[in-house]
Ligand binder design. Structure first.
Ligand code: FAD
Ligand code: NAD
Length: 405
């Protein structure tokens, strides 16, 4: 009998967890496993705010895919997926086409701009490692240019961060530590720099524990971060952003840098597959298959699952993407053996937001944490994902070991 081809699209947390678990569990002669990713490296999306602020190098954030796959069992193809033909069971990339028996779509997230005018063009987004590098270099350019200008435009030194969700808050935490370094490096007086977070909702980190939120806001304000809360960004221009402050009241914030961190959607390729989706996320069946497509699995940020306890979707996180990858591998193996698939139930261990390298807030195993303890736990979690995918070797190579900073 012909060996089935398992085609995995995307080498983020979901895709790599799927592949690593498949290669552990099946023999080389049982299936042809093909992994397609646009780069020959994986990046830790959960560390991108650090690369964007310049507190961690882009090199530290990424590792070679070949370091974690077994070439005897998995064929890696560096290519950009361009189209997914679910009916024809074939995927088109910029370097060729691939037929499949089982497909795993793990193409991750994109920034959501909600159609707000100018954001696509004038705001930067912490979307991948290249985009993170661009943000770091853009901010450095603004500081360097200010230093050289005869007629100084102080708005160059204003950084607006749109969104006070986890991404916005973690990025602000890094900026809080990075701005003093930048001031020293580029001879900029600290009082000239403004970092302003603009949030649409009436609170920072909407829905998160109020005590932890208060702590985070206090700590960030102590580092000079300003907050404009309940004031959605309604437009971005080459000079800055317009925010809505009341029924007919708007304020323009002139800024040299605008970073948009106000939400994510799934990969736009999903929207062209014909599979029903919401903002490029597919409400998958309990065993992670696309409804009505018994050979298509979707994991990570392209998948949507409802938390029935609160009747709301689970948030798109690396924690869930990795657990889905494990389950997806098991379910493909079950199908290959003619067995029943299992239902995916997320095991949420908590969530921790860093506030820079030395501070954090969060809930882990039901316990509230803040300060150094939370920061320690966040680094343990960061190292855990390296360990789960690449074992001790990868953890030693890329891990964070300044645990008690
Ligand atoms: P991704 O990690 O986005 O990977 C998708 C992969 O697909 C990438 O390798 C990409 O290059 C590739 N790809 C995309 N398009 C194509 C294409 N057309 N062709 C080929 N390849 C393609 N979650 C947590 O649980 N904990 C955290 O602490 C946390 N921190 C975060 C911090 C930041 C700054 C951000 C932005 C997110 C954070 N998240 C966190 C959320 C988490 O990063 C995502 O939920 C997670 O990355 C989703 O994993 P994924 O495998 O679905 O996709
Ligand atoms: P999010 O959707 O969680 O937060 C976006 C924020 O932007 C919200 O507070 C929203 O009110 C605000 N917003 C929306 N429109 C706006 C507008 N027009 N103007 C101003 N503010 C606006 O998105 P995120 O922070 O990018 O997080 C995405 C996912 O990644 C989430 O599931 C999150 O849990 C996860 N994540 C987790 C961590 C962590 O666990 N440490 C870190 C980062 C991200």
């Amino acid at each position: 009998m012909k060996r089935p081809t398992i085609l995995v699209l995307g080498a983020g947390y979901g895709g790599l967890s799927t592949v690593v678990n498949l290669q552990k569990s099946i023999g080389a002669d049982e299936a042809d496993i093909v992994l397609i990713n646009k780069n020959d490296y994986h990046y830790e999306s959960t560390w991108l705010h650090e690369a964007a602020a310049g507190t961690l190098s882009p090199e530290q954030v990424r590792y070679d895919i070949k370091d974690v796959i077994n070439p005897g069992k998995v064929k890696f193809v560096k290519a950009e997926v361009q189209a997914i033909d679910i009916k024809g069971k074939v995927v088109t990339t910029n370097v060729g086409t691939h037929a499949y028996d089982y497909l795993v779509i793990a193409l991750g997230f994109e920034g959501e701009t909600f159609g707000i005018t100018g954001l696509d063009k004038y705001a930067l987004s912490i979307a991948n490692v290249d985009a993170a590098r661009q943000i770091r270099e853009h901010i450095e350019y603004q500081f360097a240019t200010w230093s050289l200008e005869d007629e100084k435009d102080d708005s160059r030194l204003t950084i607006v961060v749109g969104g006070a969700g986890f991404t916005g808050i973690e990025f602000l935490g890094e900026l809080g530590n990075r701005v003093p370094e930048l001031c020293k490096e580029f001879d900029v007086p600290a009082e000239k720099v403004r970092v302003i977070c603009v949030e649409a909702a009436p609170m920072v980190l909407p829905g998160f524990d109020p005590e932890l939120v208060d702590y985070a806001v206090r700590q960030l304000k102590a580092k000079g971060i300003e907050f404009s809360i309940g004031t959605p960004v309604v437009e971005a221009t080459p000079e800055g952003v317009n925010i809505k402050k009341g029924e007919d009241e708007f304020e323009f914030i002139k800024a040299g840098t605008v970073v948009w961190a106000a939400g994510v959607r799934g990969n736009r390729l999903i929207e062209e597959t014909g599979i029903e989706n919401m903002r490029a996320r597919v409400k998958v069946d309990k065993d992670l298959r696309a409804p009505g497509h018994s050979d298509v699995f979707i994991v990570g940020d392209c998948a949507l699952m409802i938390n029935e306890e609160i009747n709301r979707p689970y948030p798109p996180t690396a924690q869930i993407a990795m657990q889905q990858g494990d389950m997806c591998a098991n379910n493909i193996i079950a199908l290959m053996k003619g067995n029943r698939t299992a239902e995916f139930v997320p095991d949420i261990k908590g969530s921790i937001a860093s506030l820079g390298d030395d501070d954090a807030i969060g809930v882990a195993f039901g316990k509230k944490l803040m300060g150094k303890k939370a920061s320690f736990m966040k680094k343990v979690v960061d190292n855990r994902s390296l360990f789960m995918i690449g074992g001790v070797g990868l953890t030693l190579k890329k891990g964070k070991f300044n645990l008690l900073k």
